[in-house]
Design a protein around this ligand. Sequence first.
Ligand code: THU
Length: 132
Amino acid sequence: MTERESLISKAKEYMKNAYTPYSKFNVGAAILTDDGRIFGGCNIENSSYGAAICAERTAAVKAVSEGAKHFKAIAVVCSTGEYAYPCGICRQFVGEFMDKDGMLYLEDKEEGELSIPFFDSIPYFFTGDRIK
Ligand code: THU
């Protein structure tokens, strides 16, 4: 299995754990870190809608809290089978830990795979060196 295939497959596995009684839109994500570990996540909603967390950030907080702060790639899938483009907050949040040449892997049931450099998905990225 390629890196892309194993991350997509892990993202699909975690999508099954999504808690989405409100949107019914399930998302799964998987992050590969530089030490070879893979962290999966799903979206988890809440009756206070704004308290929901996306799949990408679930995976990212799992990785960072386990000491893995250097991401090499992230795969994201969703239950409609279309490309699960990460939301803006997740692009910013995940970008904090992503290698400069890290990858974003997506899949559409008709269009097939999409592999793009992660930072192509977030031009004009806000970095901490702007904080003075
Ligand atoms: N969602 C994600 O998990 N990731 C995204 O990048 C976009 C949105 C979730 C949040 C919510 O549970 C549902 O999708 C609908 O917005």
